[in-house]
Write a protein of this length. Structure first.
Length: 599
C-alpha cells in the first residue's frame, strides 16, 4: 500500500507512514519472535534502500532479535537449522548501512552482534559468574544451575521420525521443559542487569571494549558487498574504512569457485576456468586479466597431460592470490604503512560472508620470481571469527604442561613420522600419545583427555560435513569426533590445538558467518589458538610443518630449548613452518591451506 504509493509518487510522508506501520509490528511483544524478526528485517532493508533516518534503529532491533530465533531452549541441531533459515548476512547489510553513514564503530558492533550467534549463546551458558557471586550469591547459583541444565538439554536427540506417539509426547514434554528453562534464564539475566555495575551483563560488547583487542596489532574486517566490498581497519587508537571496488561479491564468488577447481585433483580445462569467470562476474575484465597473466602458451600446464588447453592448479592460485593482493591486501598494507620485514608484525583478519572462503593470508603477486610481492613478507597472519573471541582471558599458567598427540597411521603413514618430529621437540614426560601400539585412539578416550591438555595435536582425517555442519569432525579410529561431541567438553587449560587434518577451517557456505567448522568448535570450547586447514592437506607435508612449528614453539629468545612451549608465538611458528614448506617448491595448494586462528 503505502510503500507502493511512495514508489509511484515519491512522497516522503508515505514512506514515513509505511515504515512506522512495519516498525510497530516489529516492536510488538505480542508478535512471535520469528515474525518480529521478519518485520524488523523488512523495516531495516526498506529504510536502508531509501536512506531513511530509521535505518540504524531498525538494524539494531533486527540483529537483537536473532538470538530469540535460536533460543537456548532448543537443542543445538534446531538452533543450527534456525540459523540456516535466517542466516542471510543481515549483519553485513547493517554494517554497510553504518559505513555509508560514516559510523564505523557502529558497523563493527553490528558485525559482532549479528555473527557467530550460535557460539555466543553457547558461551553465555559458560560465562564466569565470580563477580556476580560476590554481589548476589543466590542469583549466581540460580544461573549456574539453569545453565548446566540448558547445556545438557542442548545435546538431546530430537529425531521423531521413527518414534511412537507416546515417545513423541514425551519428546514434546521435554521440549516444553527446556523452553521454560530458557525463559527462567532470560528472567534471571534481567534480574542481574538490575544490579549496580551489571547493566551490560551478557550484552554484546560496545566498540570501546572491542577495540582493546587491537593493542596486540591491527584487526582487519572484510565485508563482502555489491557494487564494492568494504574493509574496516581497527587499531588501538582509531577505526578506518577502505572501499574495495575490485572485489565486489560476484568477483569473490568467482574466486571461491576457482579455489575449488584448483584444490581438486582434476586437470582444469582452460574453457571451464574462463566460463566460470564469465558466468559469475558478468563482465570480461577478469577473463582478460586471466589470459594476460597466464598467457595463451602452454606455460604451467600439467606435465602429465602435455595439453595447452589445461590450466594447472598453480596458475589458478597465482591468479586468485594476485586478485586478493591488489583488491584487498595491498590497500591494507598501504593504509598501515607496513614494509617488508624478516620479523613482521601480526595482523588479525576478521572475514565475513564470502571472504571466509578465501586465503587472504597468502595474497600476493607471484608471477615474477625475483620480484615476488606477498602478504607474509609484510605481516604474520592470524584469523578470528569475532573480535570478542580475542578478548578471552589467557589460560592458567602452563607450569603443569600437558600435550596430547593423536595420530592415524593405518591410513596416513606419514603421521608416524609426524609424531617422531613432535617427540623430538616435546619433553617425553609431558606427551600423551594415542593411535600407537598399546594406546589405540578411541573417540571417548581422546575427548575425555581434551579437558586436561594444554596443547593437542591431531594428525588424522578431517571432514567438513556440507549437509550437517555439526557432524563435521576428526576421524578417530573408526569413529568421528564431531563438533557436537567437542561442545560437550569443558577445556579450562586449553592453550593451543594443532589440527593436521583436512578441511578443519573450511566452514559452511549456507551460514558463512557462523564459523561452523572443527577449528572454531575447539576455539570456542576453550583452546585460545588453533592451527587448521582451509581444504585438504597432503599427508607427507604433516611432518615438515610439525617439525618447523614445534622447533620454533620450544625455542627461547636466546635460542635455548624450552621445557614448556611459548604459545604466544604460535602464529609466528606457523609462519616459519609454512615458509619452510613453501621453500621446498611444493604447489600452492599444499602450502596455502594452513592458517592460524586466535590470539
Amino acid at each position: 500500500g503505502l510503500s507502493t504509493r511512495f514508489e509511484q509518487r515519491g512522497d516522503p510522508h508515505d514512506l514515513d507512514c509505511a515504515l512506522e506501520h512495519i516498525s510497530e509490528a516489529a516492536n510488538s511483544t505480542s508478535v512471535s519472535p520469528s515474525n518480529r524478526y521478519k518485520y524488523a528485517r523488512r523495516w531495516a532493508l526498506r529504510a536502508n534502500q531509501y536512506h531513511h533516518s530509521s535505518a540504524l534503529q531498525a538494524f539494531n532491533l533486527a540483529l537483537s532479535l536473532i538470538p530469540q530465533l535460536v533460543a537456548l531452549g532448543l537443542d543445538i541441531q534446531a538452533r543450527q537449522d534456525a540459523l540456516s533459515r535466517h542466516g542471510d548476512g543481515l549483519a553485513g547489510f547493517a554494517a554497510q548501512c553504518a559505513i555509508n553513514l560514516g559510523d564505523f564503530p557502529k558497523a563493527v558492533e553490528f558485525l559482532e552482534t549479528g555473527r557467530s550467534v550460535f557460539w555466543s549463546q553457547f558461551l553465555s551458558l559458560r560465562s564466569p559468574l565470580d563477580k556476580l557471586k560476590d554481589v548476589s550469591p543466590d542469583l549466581a547459583r540460580d544461573l549456574h544451575l539453569i545453565s548446566r541444565q540448558l547445556e545438557k538439554g542442548s545435546h538431546r536427540e530430537q529425531n521423531s521420525a521413527t518414534l511412537s506417539n507416546r515417545e513423541k509426547l514425551s519428546l514434546e514434554a521435554e521440549a516444553n521443559k527446556y523452553t521454560k528453562l530458557a525463559q527462567d534464564w532470560d528472567r534471571k539475566v534481567d534480574e542481574v542487569r538490575q544490579l549496580d555495575g551489571f547493566q551490560d551483563f551478557l550484552r554484546p560488547k560496545p566498540f570501546s571494549a572491542l577495540q582493546a583487542a587491537a593493542v596486540d596489532g591491527p584487526i582487519i574486517y572484510f565485508i563482502a558487498s555489491q557494487p564494492a566490498s568494504h574493509c574496516l581497519i581497527i587499531t588501538a587508537t582509531n577505526v578506518r574504512h577502505i572501499l574495495l571496488p575490485e572485489l565486489p561479491s560476484h568477483a569473490l564468488a568467482a574466486l571461491i569457485h576457482l579455489v575449488k577447481l584448483a584444490t581438486s585433483d582434476q586437470c582444469v580445462p582452460r574453457l571451464v576456468v574462463e566460463s566460470t569467470l564469465e558466468n559469475l562476474v558478468e563482465n570480461i575484465t577478469l577473463v582478460q586479466m586471466l589470459r594476460q597473466l597466464i598467457g595463451d602458451k602452454d606455460r604451467g600446464m600439467r606435465p602429465e597431460t602435455g595439453l595447452p588447453n589445461y590450466i594447472s592448479s598453480d596458475d589458478i592460485f597465482q591468479f586468485v592470490l594476485y586478485m586478493l593482493w591488489g583488491g584487498a591486501v595491498e590497500p591494507v598494507i598501504d593504509a598501515l604503512g607496513l614494509t617488508k620485514s624478516d620479523n613482521p608484525p601480526k595482523v588479525t583478519w576478521c572475514t565475513t560472508g564470502l571472504f571466509n572462503f578465501l586465503p587472504i593470508h597468502a595474497a600476493g603477486c607471484y608471477y615474477v620470481e625475483d620480484k615476488v610481492e606477498c602478504a607474509s613478507e609484510y605481516f604474520i597472519s592470524t584469523y578470528t571469527p569475532t573480535i570478542e573471541a580475542l578478548l578471552t582471558p589467557h589460560p592458567p599458567s602452563m607450569k603443569s604442561f600437558r600435550m596430547m598427540a593423536v595420530i592415524q597411521s593405518a591410513t596416513l603413514p606419514s603421521t608416524l613420522k609426524e609424531l617422531e618430529r613432535i617427540e623430538h621437540h616435546v619433553p617425553k614426560s609431558a606427551l600423551k600419545k594415542f593411535g600407537i601400539l598399546g594406546a589405540p585412539a578411541t573417540m571417548d578416550s581422546v575427548a575425555s583427555n581434551l579437558s586436561t591438555a594444554s596443547l593437542v595435536h591431531f594428525a588424522c582425517h578431517g571432514k567438513q560435513d556440507p549437509v550437517n555442519p555439526l557432524q563435521s569432525g576428526l576421524q578417530i579410529g573408526g569413529e568421528r569426533l564431531t563438533i557436537g561431541r567437542i561442545m560437550k567438553e569443558s577445556i579450562p587449560n586449553g592453550s593451543l590445538a594443532f589440527l593436521s587434518a583436512c578441511e578443519t577451517a573450511a566452514g559452511d557456505e549456507k551460514i558463512p558467518d557462523e564459523a561452523m567448522n572443527i577449528a572454531s568448535s575447539l576455539l570456542f570450547t576453550g583452546f585460545r589458538k588453533v592451527v587448521a586447514t582451509m581444504w585438504r592437506m597432503w599427508d607427507e607435508d604433516g611432518p615438515v610443518i610439525a617439525d618447523a612449528f614445534y622447533k620454533e614453539l620450544f625455542t627461547g629468545p636466546d635460542g635455548s630449548r624450552l621445557e614448556v612451549p611459548d604459545t604466544s608465538k604460535s602464529a609466528k611458528a606457523l609462519w616459519v613452518a609454512v615458509n619452510e614448506l613453501r621453500s621446498k617448491g611444493v604447489e600452492f595448494r599444499r602450502w596455502v591451506p594452513f592458517i592460524h586462528i586466535g590470539k
